[in-house]
Design a protein around this ligand. Structure first.
Ligand code: UT7
Length: 310
């Protein structure tokens, strides 16, 4: 079992507001706000790469944990937007940070960070040192800037967590992971194409269902119920998906972390960014029960229940 010993995040400086889209596309701030809850998102500068955001978030998480790259025995980089096809972006991040041990990319789209958390946690017993799990994306590069139905939804950023073995029962209590490849066509970049295509309405419908089912399965495995969850950190794709899932789970709004208004959907980075913000503003306290749940292209989904603290 593992505990999260530190968290960190990094986002590009450049903000793109709904008003910026209004000026360029057939859309309105009112539509985007009502249908998604998004007000602005961050966009990587020319030349700013997934690896740059990953390195900054990883370094911040290590600092938060009071560790150095030399203490890291495994690096897992969850991303749907690697800098190049070969080698894995994790290799560049390994080099820049100077971590030890293996380093690999993990592709599970928006569920990638939670997938990474589970994978790294399972390997921890056989590692020397800690594991660094990073979710990092430059999603705005795979979104058609002229397609109003997707361009307004996504943003760039990175978040990271440092895992250490648990010594006192705190940490990862239970998890759930799933994939339904028969639904892959709902959200994909087709071979030979540069931009993603999405059946938003169908992804929405399935997203609410899988988040609720996966969260409930995770709670069941830990012998807990949703009423015991202190902080719910869902993937930040759409405010309406978050509200619908939280309401079906019976988790009140004041226990649900929402920052989709400021970052849009940052895929694998969304949950660790939300975690880093919640930790920084004091919402995550020692001993609290924290529920993470993500879903994305594949379709993939994953949840994790954590007793917070290290
Ligand atoms: O991380 C996982 C990845 N993705 C998601 O989680 C996304 C899941 N889906 C969603 O968040 C929502 O389905 C969207 C935000 C993508 C769309 O919201 P919706 O309420 O499902 O709208 P819709 O797709 O049913 O479209 C309603 C209308 C359409 O017009 P018609 O066909 O009714 O005339 C769209 O063309 O809204 C139109 N529309 C827009 N109008 C203004 C689509 N995008 C825009 C836009 N501005 N940006």
């Amino acid at each position: 079992m593992s505990v999260i010993a530190g968290v960190g995040m990094a986002v590009p400086e450049q903000r793109v507001t709904n008003a910026d889209f209004e000026a360029r596309l057939d859309t309105t701030d009112a539509w985007i706000t009502e249908r998604t809850g998004i007000k602005e998102r961050r966009v990587a500068a020319d030349g700013e790469k997934t690896r740059d955001l990953a390195v900054a978030a990883g370094a911040a998480a290590l600092k938060d944990a009071g560790l150095t790259p030399d203490d890291v025995g495994l690096l897992v980089l969850a991303t749907a937007t690697p800098d190049q096809a070969l080698p894995a972006t994790a290799a560049f991040v390994q080099d820049e940070l100077g971590t030890r041990g293996g380093a690999f990319d993990l592709g599970a789209a928006c569920a990638g960070f939670v997938y990474g958390l589970v994978v790294a946690s399972s390997m921890l017993a056989n590692l020397e040192g800690s594991a660094l799990v990073i979710g990092a994306e430059t999603l705005t590069r795979i979104v058609d800037p002229d397609d109003r139905s997707t361009a307004v939804l996504f943003g760039d950023g990175a978040g990271a967590a440092v895992l250490l073995p648990s010594v006192d029962g705190r940490g990862l209590l239970a998890w759930d992971m799933g994939c339904d490849g028969s639904a892959a066509g709902l959200l994909e970049i087709r071979p030979g194409e540069s931009y993603l295509r999405m059946d938003g309405r169908e992804v929405f419908r399935r997203a609410v269902r899988v988040v609720v089912e996966s969260a409930e399965a995770t709670l069941r495995r830990a012998g807990m119920s949703a009423s015991q969850v202190d902080v719910f950190v869902p993937h930040q794709a759409n405010r309406r998906i978050i509200d619908a899932a939280a309401s079906r789970l019976g988790i009140p709004e004041d226990r649900t972390v929402v920052n989709v208004d400021r970052y849009g959907n940052t895929s694998a980075a969304s949950i660790p960014i939300a975690l880093a913000e919640a930790a920084a503003d004091g919402r995550l306290q020692d001993g609290q029960l924290v529920l993470l749940s993500g879903f994305g292209a594949g379709m993939t989904w994953a949840s994790a229940l954590i007793r917070w603290g290290s």
